[in-house]
Design a protein around this ligand. Structure first.
Ligand code: SF4
Ligand code: SF4
Ligand code: FES
Length: 238
């Protein structure tokens, strides 16, 4: 028999058992999709991924086709396990958005919105990244890549709103409309493939129209060392 722990609970199973079978013995639920107990595990969907600690090393493995090992520690709901599962769900959903089973999973893991926008509009051309870094000089868009490979190793983007000055250049250069910007009721909204952010707009002290994001005015003030009142009026009233 092999002894291991799953979510800090000890279990003993036959030596040829899988992590999934060991978890079932403890009534710990691990989601599965391609797995069918009547067949040999396929291991294609990756929905069943868990974090396994073996010899001090943390690995992400699929529970349905990974055998148990003596002293192994398995975590089915650790941050790392959930992130990996979420990624598997995202990939599945991006390829099969109309399949109810997949859609339900995507909703459960909160990835519906991400995929809808990214898949439909962002083509990973990186124009926005370069424009923000080289033209605006803010470097507020970070290029990230995912660790797991599903034959889709396209980079993904992350907006750093601590650096962003809401200038809208990324929206302007985006060829597909994956980044959108619109001003409404004293607020500028930036919609990116992965997020949405509102910025307060400055009101012109003369005509009362909104003309520039507060954060951009502060940025320009700092850069030009001009007094604050130089940024109180819109272009038309100056
Ligand atoms: S709106 Fe923000 S992220 Fe976009 S180009 Fe301007 S500073 Fe960069
Ligand atoms: S958001 Fe637009 S500009 Fe940026 S990588 Fe995607 S398609 Fe290109
Ligand atoms: S259930 Fe599909 S990889 Fe395990």
């Amino acid at each position: 028999m092999i002894n291991l722990t799953i979510d800090d609970r000890t279990v003993s199973v036959e030596k040829n058992a899988t992590i999934l079978q060991a978890a079932e013995k403890l009534n710990i639920k691990i989601p599965t999709l391609c797995y069918n107990e009547e067949m040999a595990p396929i291991g294609s969907c990756r929905i069943c991924v868990v974090e396994a600690i073996k010899g001090g090393e943390s690995l992400i493995v699929s529970a349905c086709n990974t055998g148990v090992e003596e002293g192994m520690k398995v975590y089915t709901k650790s941050e790392k396990a959930i992130e990996a599962r979420k990624f598997a769900v995202k990939i599945l959903y991006s390829e099969n958005p109309s399949v109810k089973l997949i859609r339900d999973l995507a909703e459960e893991y909160g990835v519906v919105e991400d995929i809808n926008v990214r898949k439909s509009e962002c083509i990973h051309c990186e124009r926005c990244v370069h424009a923000c870094r080289d033209v605006v000089g803010q470097n507020a868009i970070v290029l990230t890549t995912c660790g797991l490979s599903y034959g889709n190793d396209a980079p993904s983007l992350k907006w750093d709103f601590d650096k962003c000055i809401a200038c809208g250049t990324c929206a302007f250069v985006c060829p597909t409309g994956a980044v959108k910007m619109h001003d409404h009721d004293g607020v500028r909204t930036l919609l990116t493939p992965e997020s949405k952010q509102d910025f307060t707009l400055k009101k012109c002290v003369s005509c009362g129209s909104y003309f520039m994001p507060e954060v951009q005015a502060q940025y320009l003030m700092k850069k030009t060392e001009l007094p604050a009142d130089k940024f109180d009026q819109c272009m038309n009233c100056r």
